[in-house]
Design a protein around this ligand. Structure first.
Ligand code: NCD
Length: 331
């Protein structure tokens, strides 16, 4: 038998700078953006930069070789699941993907979330979980002895999306403080809006919330914004914000969260960002979207340099690489 000596693809030690002594994330669950203060955000962002540099130079490394991630999704996903899988594999780890197929797992036989989690932790070093019930990821984390990362809990939070959203704003515009950020669409059910808004209360930003009456931002989150002393306004009309927004964060109306589909039909097509509308926007601004889009950003916007949503997608992989490395103690 021929023996091959496996050389690491990339020597990560050369990239890691000594500023990363203590990030406090090792072994931690990631449940909410409230776990991230500005120092921790700066740490994750600087690691994400390193990940981008590493991927650009050599594509992958062996930092997480021997580690296994279980990716458990009880709701549909393309970007969040794929980027966690790509993140783990680019760091040399492996994945148990129960993503497009909980219907093929024992969940379909009636197994409880607790038992599924207690099973997966026997195999995996970290679990990424998306579930339709708000608060369910915290409950799963309470059962698990390995770190659990929230990939969206119903209409609750989506912390890793908010980290990549904030990172994208910083990358695109060079700052976060001082910006006017408008969020458009389903502010009531959109968990990405909830997490990003909470995270932004740590910055000196102006917030503009654009939605129909029935999809306004939940009061409890609005109160956090007000308590933080931010300049905030609500409106039904994108025309009120398009001229001076630095960030236009557009979201899908979350059909699956409506109990009354007639209500969904009333509000589903209220907003459409088009290249014509963007002629009224600043030259230096960005249009973002957590995706998937279902008509709220016209395809004629895609070629506009201000359309940042696919760059935002890529940033998601770097941020998740940084988080996995931190949680698994490879800081
Ligand atoms: C979002 C989600 O699942 O919350 N997508 C994502 O994770 N990138 C937004 C949505 O589903 O509309």
């Amino acid at each position: 038998m021929q023996t091959t000596i496996l050389e690491p693809l990339f020597n990560f030690e050369n990239l890691v700078k000594p500023v990363h002594h203590s990030n406090g994330l090792t072994g931690q669950d990631i449940i909410s953006v409230s776990q991230f203060d500005r120092a921790r955000l700066a740490y994750i962002f600087s690691r994400a930069h390193e990940m981008r540099e590493m991927v650009g130079r050599v594509g992958s490394t062996d930092l997480l070789r021997g580690f296994i991630l279980a990716c458990l999704f009880y709701e549909p996903s393309t970007r969040t699941s794929a980027s966690f899988i790509a993140a783990m594999e680019r760091l040399g780890g492996s994945v148990i993907p129960i993503t497009q197929g909980v219907q093929f797992s024992s969940v379909s036989k009636g197994e409880t979330l607790a038992d599924t989690i207690r099973t997966l932790e026997q195999y995996a070093d970290v679990i990424v979980l998306r579930h339709p019930e708000t608060g369910s990821v915290q409950i799963a984390a309470d059962y698990a002895n390995v770190p659990v990362i929230n990939a969206g809990d119903g209409i609750g939070e989506h912390p890793t999306q908010a980290l990549l959203d904030l990172f994208t704003i910083q990358e695109e515009l060079g700052t976060i403080d001082g910006l006017k950020i408008a969020m458009v669409g389903d502010l009531r059910y959109g968990r990405t809006v909830h997490s990003l808004t909470k995270l932004l209360t740590q910055y000196r930003v102006s917030l503009r919330f654009v939605s129909p009456e029935i999809l306004r931002l939940p009061l409890v989150i609005m109160n956090e914004v007000i308590d933080a002393g931010l300049d905030v306004r609500e409106t039904h009309d994108v025309a009120d914000v398009i001229g001076d927004a630095d960030v236009l964060y557009v979201t899908r109306v979350q059909k699956e969260r409506f109990s009354d589909l007639a209500q969904y039909e009333e509000v589903k097509n209220l907003y459409e960002i088009t290249s014509e509308l963007l002629t009224k926007a600043k030259q230096k601004m960005v249009v973002m979207h957590p995706l998937p889009r279902v008509g709220e950003i016209h395809y004629n916007v895609d070629s506009d340099p201000r359309a940042a949503y696919f760059r935002q997608v890529k940033n998601g992989m770097y941020i998740r690489m940084a988080l996995l490395a931190a949680v698994l103690g490879k800081a």
